[in-house]
Ligand binder design. Structure first.
Ligand code: FUB
Length: 329
């Protein structure tokens, strides 16, 4: 991801003031959003996003995380920022891809931020709130995962993009990483690791892992770069019959994102349908054109097939305003 591949093919753009059908893509047109992380709580889907504020050809400028909510997937309420990177007192900047999960009535936010340093490497913090819309406060006062804990990795800057998943038996798992993919159990308090950090090898794993489970199968989706994709990410996935693995590569879920070399999965079931949230960079706001540092979150339907595979998802502008597909499973 650091090796930016800019100048992807020209693509249709969406202007902020264009007439819109509620629910079409991109979902939000008055702010640049990235790295979508959906969470369903009671009858509402909460969508946490990164907040792109890069100007000109700056790559990333991300200071805080936002949350939006919907009850029908068409009409969204913006609740504003839930936390800033620097609300972790030990962090200096870079509010990259995060995820929030609920456990026993509390909401836990896992996020990568740069430590003050030097060296100013990424670490993962955990914050807690009594409500899904925050505000969130640092739950430990120290990072949950630091570079010292992942010295087995290829780089010193790989502790990004945490995803958290709680299994039916109540065990919660944290996966994360850039070029190296790590998996660890969380203690029931959600603020400490429980046991060793394991490395998982998956083809062309790049970043942005996302865990979900459907009909007894565990799914690990991620942003992958391979030679065919010419430097831009696509979403791939692997499956397993247990969180302990082994994980089997199953192929691609998407092609590249329009106009952005990053893409990032967020998969969720809501009101009996499955959805894939991701981002592209087709939105222009005023004189700020969509770019890898100014992305826009989108959503399309996702289908699991009877054999446990995931149907390839076409990235559309109609999104969930289109007729839902007949899924096999
Ligand atoms: O948004 C900053 C970084 O870009 C994220 O952490 C990655 O997943 C990629 O989307």
């Amino acid at each position: 991801m650091m090796g930016a591949i800019l100048g992807l093919a020209a693509t249709a753009v969406v202007a902020q003031d264009q007439p819109r059908i509620p629910g079409q893509n991109p979902l939000f047109t008055d702010v640049f959003t990235a790295d979508p992380a959906p969470m369903v709580y009671k009858d509402t889907l909460y969508l946490y996003t990164g907040h792109d504020e890069a100007r000109g050809d700056q790559l990333f400028r991300m200071n805080d995380w936002l949350v939006f909510s919907t009850r029908d997937m068409k009409h969204w309420t913006a609740h504003g920022p839930v936390m800033r990177a620097t609300d972790f007192a030990w962090a200096s900047r870079d509010a990259w891809a995060m995820q929030v999960t609920e456990k026993k009535g509390k909401f836990y936010l896992y996020a990568p931020v740069r430590v003050k340093g030097p060296p100013s490497t990424f670490a993962i913090g955990v914050a807690v709130s009594d409500t899904p819309t925050g505000p969130f406060r640092d739950a430990r006062g120290t990072p949950l995962v630091t570079n010292e804990m992942t010295k087995m990795g290829k780089t010193d800057d790989e502790d990004i993009d945490p995803t958290v998943f709680t299994d039916n038996d109540g065990t919660s798992w944290l996966a994360w990483g850039h070029f190296d993919l790590y998996l660890a159990k969380l203690k029931p308090n959600m603020t400490e690791l429980d046991g060793p950090i394991r490395k998982i090898d998956l083809p062309n794993y790049t970043e942005g892992p996302w865990l979900h489970k459907h009909k007894g199968i565990y799914y690990l989706s991620y942003a992958s770069i391979d030679e065919k994709a010419k430097g831009a990410e696509r979403i791939a996935y692997a499956t397993a019959t247990s969180m302990q693995g082994p994980w089997t590569y199953r192929g691609l879920i998407t092609g590249k994102a329009k106009n952005s070399y990053t893409i990032h999965p967020g998969i969720v079931q809501f009101r009996n349908r499955w959805y894939l949230f991701y981002h592209n960079a087709v939105l222009n706001i005023g004189d700020q054109k969509g770019a890898t540092g100014r992305r826009a979150v989108a959503v399309d339907y996702l289908c699991h097939n009877k054999d446990g595979s995931i149907r390839f998802v076409e990235q559309t502008e109609r999104g969930v305003t289109a007729k839902p597909p007949a899924c096999e499973n």
